[in-house]
Design a protein around this ligand. Structure first.
Ligand SMILES: *Cc1c(COP(=O)(O)O)cnc(C)c1O
Length: 358
């Protein structure tokens, strides 16, 4: 039986993408060779990475001065690689502390320059997105986390900023239209909303590069990957291919507007049930609720039923619903590829559980 995959990451991929990826792993385009065995310098992979770059630019509406890079090391590597490439040791970068990942990015940036944290919701266990802070004009960039995977909050609006935005979009990448122009750098680990673990997409604007004095080893210098079209060394060939399949799927399904429409519908069904159902409640500020990671817990009165509900979800073929240890309860990750029918199955079970136990 096909399971309902609510995992936070690595996460669900569209069914047609998995089918096509399986074929490519066995025998790529009838060549009698697996894509896993093909040279990254050959015509097949050249065509793959060129199409992936072009499709990324088209889907995101990126102006010509943005580069699409396929790196490895996860979003966690970007926590240090971004300040290493963008921030001189006597300069200051601004950060907003909206969750565990943002906090890690702040910690890494401190090795390369001055960091000013404009706002934090840490004291309130990151239950909301900090807003209303003033962005200084003399900082190099402002770093944001668009979606807080662990706490289930999402920025539904980006602040007007006098300085370029640098954004970790790992868990809501390509989930909605975003105007790229305020962003100097966007990065996203593939394994939440795009492809398998193993590649990280970096989108960088030309004017962000070449402004630091420090020596950058080739493998951590964005310019190396710009110059060599992500092919300085062997790139994560298969994750890039699967990401291309997802990009094709996004285009076919209405692009980012199509994704947003689907995502809004799915999240609304689930949040409506959380608000209606007497056994469950949400964990975040309502206006900051994430359309990607839906966190909820049991009302105190029913807390003892938590394990039982989790068991029932598993019996119904639903996996990955246990909440992160820093929030507890449940987390339903309902990324782009999650079908509405899986969300409906969860909602039906919640309603039925409440009828039996409430
Ligand atoms: C998962 C995640 C990360 C860490 O990604 P890795 O690829 O494991 O390094 C960073 N930021 C956000 C927002 C995430 O969801």
């Amino acid at each position: 039986m096909k399971k309902h995959n609510f995992s936070a990451g690595p996460a669900i991929l569209p069914a047609p993408v998995l089918k096509e990826a399986g074929k490519a792993a066995a025998n790529y385009q009838g060549m009698g060779l697996s894509l896993l065995e093909l040279s990254h310098r050959g015509p097949e992979f050249t065509a793959i990475i060129e199409e992936a770059n072009a499709l990324m630019k088209e889907i995101m509406g990126l102006p010509d001065d943005y580069h699409v890079l396929w790196l490895s090391g996860g979003a966690s590597t970007q926590f240090f690689m971004a300040p290493m490439n963008l921030l001189n040791s006597d300069e200051t970068a601004a950060y907003v502390d909206s969750g565990t990942w943002a906090n890690k990015a702040i910690k890494e940036a401190k090795s390369f320059g001055n960091v000013t944290v404009l706002a934090s919701s840490k004291e309130q266990n990151y239950t909301f997105i900090p807003k209303g802070y003033k962005i200084p004009k003399d900082v190099k960039y402002l770093h944001l986390t668009s979606n807080n995977t662990i706490f289930g909050t999402q920025m539904h609006k980006f602040p007007k900023s006098p300085v370029p935005l640098v954004c970790d979009m790992s868990s809501d990448f390509l989930s909605r239209p975003v105007d790229p122009k305020p962003f100097g750098l966007i990065y996203a680990g593939a394994q939440k909303n795009l492809g398998p673990a193993g590649t990280t997409v970096v989108i960088v604007r030309e004017d962000m590069l070449g402004t630091v004095q420090r020596h950058l080893p080739s493998m951590v210098d964005y310019r190396t990957f710009v110059k060599e079209n992500s092919l300085y060394n062997t790139p994560p060939v298969f994750p890039i291919y699967v990401s291309l399949l997802t990009l094709r799927w996004i285009k076919k399904n209405g692009g980012l507007k199509g994704m947003q429409r689907r995502n809004k519908t799915k999240a609304a069904i689930l949040y409506q049930e959380i608000d209606r159902n007497p056994l469950f409640k949400g964990t975040t500020a309502v206006e900051d609720r994430s359309l990607m990671n839906v966190c909820f817990v049991m009302e105190e009165k029913y807390a003892a039923l938590e394990k039982e509900f989790l068991k029932e979800t598993e019996a119904h073929g639903m996996v990955g619903l246990k909440g992160h240890r820093s929030v507890g309860g449940f987390r339903a990750s309902i990324y782009n590829a999650m079908p509405k029918s899986s969300v409906q199955a969860l909602v039906d079970l919640m309603a039925d559980f409440a009828k039996r136990k409430g």
